[in-house]
Ligand binder design. Structure first.
Ligand code: ACM
Ligand code: ZN
Length: 549
């Protein structure tokens, strides 16, 4: 070979090597998993998912069957085919429960040209492996309709992953506005896509009671319905007048509740039901005014009048009988460990004036109405614990003394939760400064109607549930973190989506990913792909963080 050809050949080889490396780099950027896994290593090659692929697993395992059905239910919509099971195909996705240490809710996902292997020590782990597999596929995999002209390629990779916290929660208020079960199920899907595992269902409040209780039919007949003040700012609505028609509302039958619980369970999501007491109870009192301090009459609130001073009477034993009967039915429905009893924002005005409440304070040797609330919560806690469940409440339940076994959800900041952790209580951090998704995502002028406060995406991303500087030996008391969607200003599913997305992605990383792995710039890079997934889902996400583009 002439030296000049040799030179040209060398140049060509170098150029080819560079272009392969460039391609690899480009492919590297293609893997955009949210929340960010512990480790992602991309290899050369890809697995092409098509009709000739199959799923392989122990077919007598009910959970693995359920996980495979879940995967196929997504595939059938967007790809238009489902994978057969255990048909000895040469290209397969293998699901394996293993004993080698991977970690609680963790998974290992290994993709080669002919095989995808998902391993976990438990079913949630394998399920999260499937969620990551979906994110390795083109974003169109989330489409609800069949996508044409697309190659369902999965880049070869090795991914190791496990969550940072055991409580990765999202809450939804269905009292201020009511949402039917199909909306709730889609919401649960969104949680699953982000590897969240707790759905906190805010079922009762001043503006509506949303769960059928067989023993108290008036909760469905009266408490579930309010005046319709649609179109008027939530905070400026005129109070309901006695005798006014109450056409707005709805409730879930117990069969519907069971159906939603089952739907969530298939996605390894536990539902924590919330039954509010002693405050946020006006809807109940509209139906059962005898449980108030004054006797009523009351109407279910059609907007915000603050404070709503009519709360359950703590001096009346019938209040406790009622609540215990309600909780009995609630606890029989929900299989999870935790029962949320609210406990927030209970105005004490009526208790101060009520002879029964004052008699209770005296009889129990309590100092004041704050201690009366503590008496209330402790009495309910005893009942809940007697049924083998654990009470959790908003951080006001600390005031006046916390029941020994209760868990705390800290919303007024991190302080309440930190204090409770120091006293040995389990805690979920949900501080309004970081995770109240009813707050606007940017400038009021550009965002839909809502409360005044602003909570941008980057602020959510900066949420760290662990209190700074807390002792190592107390850290085990932090269960995790949660974001809340209060729906005063959220009348439709589209608005839920707007407020939830993309902040749910930031939350997921705050509760899943190690702090040392978190980086907002890197997150936003991965969000470019995540947006495409939201596009495929056809959810109306906020574009605030991208300058509305
Ligand atoms: C709350 O936001 N009142 C818990
Ligand atoms: Zn009273």
């Amino acid at each position: 070979m002439k030296p000049v050809y040799l030179l040209i050949s060398l140049l060509l080889i170098t150029l080819m090597a560079c272009s392969t490396m460039k391609e690899m780099k480009e492919k590297q950027a293609m893997i955009s998993i949210i929340p960010k896994p512990v480790s992602v290593i991309q290899h050369e090659g890809q697995f092409i998912l098509d009709k000739n692929s199959s799923l392989e697993f122990n077919s007598s395992d009910k959970d693995l069957i359920s996980i495979s059905e879940y995967f196929n239910s997504i595939l059938i919509k967007s790809a238009g085919f489902q994978l057969p099971i255990n048909n000895k195909s040469s290209k397969k996705i293998i699901l394996k429960l293993v004993t080698e240490k991977i970690g609680k809710e963790g998974y290992e996902l290994n993709v080669t040209d002919n095989e995808v292997v998902i391993k976990g020590n438990d079913y949630p782990g394998i399920f999260y492996g499937i969620e990551s597999l979906l994110q390795l596929l083109p974003p169109e995999i989330y489409s609800k309709t069949k996508v044409a002209n697309i190659e369902w390629s999965i880049p070869a990779a090795t991914i190791k992953d496990a969550p940072k916290y055991q409580w990765r929660g999202m809450h939804l208020d269905v009292s201020r506005h009511f949402f039917k079960t199909d909306v709730v199920k889609r919401y649960i899907d969104y949680l699953a896509y982000h590897k969240l595992n707790v759905f906190h269902w805010h079922l009762t409040d001043d503006q509506g009671w949303r769960i059928e209780i067989k023993k108290y039919p008036k909760l469905s007949e009266i408490s579930a319905w309010r005046v319709d003040r649609t179109g008027i700012n939530w905070n400026e609505r005129e109070q309901a007048k006695q005798g006014e028609k109450t056409p707005y509302g709805g409730f879930y039958t117990q069969d519907e509740v069971k159906d939603v619980i089952e739907y969530a369970a298939k996605r390894y999501i536990t539902i924590v039901p919330e039954i509010e007491m002693p405050g946020h109870a006006l809807a109940v009192l509209a139906a059962y005014p005898e449980l108030s301090c004054t006797g009523g009459p009351f109407m279910v609130a059609g907007g915000q009048y603050w404070p709503i001073t009519h709360i359950f009477c703590a001096g009346n034993d019938d209040t406790f009988t009622f609540l215990e009967n309600v909780l009995d039915e609630v606890m029989a429905l929900f299989p999870g460990k935790y029962i949320h009893i609210g406990g927030d924002e209970a105005a004490k005005d009526e208790w101060q004036k009520c002879p029964k409440c004052q008699a209770r304070i005296k009889a129990e040797g309590l100092k004041d109405e704050v201690e009366l609330q503590s008496y209330f919560v402790k009495r309910i806690e005893k009942f809940v614990a007697s049924k083998g469940k654990t009470l959790i409440g908003w951080d006001e339940i600390i005031d006046g003394g916390l029941p020994e076994r209760a868990a705390v959800m800290s919303w007024r900041g991190m302080e309440g939760g930190t204090l409770a952790m120091k006293e040995g209580h389990d805690v979920v951090m949900s501080p309004y400064q970081f995770v109240y998704f009813d707050y606007l995502q940017g400038d009021k002028a550009k965002e839909p109607e809502g409360p005044g406060a602003i909570l941008p995406l980057e602020k959510v991303y900066s949420f760290e549930p662990m209190p700074e500087g807390i002792d190592k030996n107390l850290q085990k008391h932090l269960l995790g973190g949660q974001a809340n969607v209060w729906t005063e200003f959220i009348p439709t599913e589209a608005r839920i989506e707007y407020m939830l997305f993309p902040r749910i992605a930031a939350l997921s990383e705050s509760v899943w990913t190690e702090s040392s792995q978190k980086d907002y710039k890197d997150f936003m890079k991965r969000m470019d792909t995540q947006r495409k997934r939201y596009d495929a889902l056809k959810v109306d996400y906020a574009k605030t963080a991208w300058g509305y583009k």
